[in-house]
Design a protein around this ligand. Structure first.
Ligand SMILES: Cc1cc2nc3c(=O)[nH]c(=O)nc-3n(C[C@H](O)[C@H](O)[C@H](O)COP(=O)(O)O)c2cc1C
Length: 255
């Protein structure tokens, strides 16, 4: 009986706004949670859409150097007080082309490239060892902007990694010693115990060396694309591509 009622209500939902579908879900979830959740989830995603109209991106607004352009957009994201504007999806792949992605934090950007720090023995570390190429994707939803970076990967010199390590809070520095990032851990307890051991090891020591397995990678870009959302899915996409003479070529891509 309840199910019949749900089917009727949910089939009518296609006509409703997002707010109304949510209300239906709240009422019905209590009675048959799995069934309702599945239907509501499906409808919600199909109805979820934004029309982007905040800004435009013209060739005449673009810098000749994509790094300068990126710094401008990153600053816009900072000025807009977005949470973690330096968060980016890092994609790497195995030597035979199986991809993986995860979020990491951009810690430096300059003419030399885009730098993040991690564990060299992690999954991403293993992947870039055999396949030294990666992509970075930034998404600043409130600004309706995306940036995609593609390029080769280099290990950051040791002294530079240590200099950044020294600026991290003590807890993060100890964390780098604790974590065998991406290896399987039996329990959370094992992780906490390892932290206690490391705290004991560095008790009273202010200057903690960065572990050998920890440091930075730099992505040296071959291509950087700036995406600005526009109405009717006809977005602005401007891509900078490095040519054989190391000059940046600016091209507009179809949305
Ligand atoms: C907001 C955010 C920031 C993160 N920043 C980093 C980072 O800078 N470096 C890092 O190694 N992992 C970072 N992580 C964790 C990674 O997403 C990932 O779990 C970890 O690096 C292991 O990835 P892997 O197994 O693919 O190597 C961050 C996660 C989130 C959600």
């Amino acid at each position: 009986m309840i199910r019949k009622k749900q089917i009727r209500m949910c089939s009518a939902v296609t006509k409703y706004t997002m707010a109304e579908t949510s209300i239906v879900a709240v009422v019905e979830t209590e009675e048959v949670p799995d069934f309702t959740e599945r239907i509501d989830h499906h409808l919600s995603l199909a109805e979820l859409r934004e029309n982007y109209s905040r800004a435009r991106l013209d060739e005449s607004d673009c810098e000749t150097n994509p790094i300068v352009m990126f710094q401008r957009w990153l600053k816009d994201a900072q000025v807009a007080a977005l949470k973690e504007p330096n968060a980016m999806t890092l994609a790497t792949a195995t030597a035979d082309g199986k991809p993986s992605g995860r979020i990491v934090l951009l810690k430096e950007v300059s003419d030399l490239g885009f730098v993040f720090f991690t564990n060299y023995e992690s999954r991403k570390g293993q992947e870039v060892k055999t396949n030294p190429f990666a992509s970075l994707t930034f998404y600043w939803a409130e600004l309706e902007r995306q940036v995609r970076v593609e390029g080769s990967v280099q290990v950051v010199p040791r002294a530079e990694s240590q200099a950044y390590f020294d600026r991290r809070p003590r807890g993060s520095r100890l964390g780098a010693w604790v974590s065998s990032q991406s290896a399987t851990a039996e329990t959370r307890h094992v992780v906490e115990e390892k932290l206690k051991q490391i705290e004991e090891r560095f008790k009273g020591i202010e200057q903690i060396p960065a572990p050998d397995h920890w440091g930075g990678y730099r992505i040296i870009p071959d291509s950087v694309e700036f995406w600005q959302g526009r109405p009717n899915r006809l977005h602005d996409r401007i891509r900078y591509r490095r040519d054989s003479q190391d000059k940046w070529i600016l091209e507009r891509l179809w949305p």
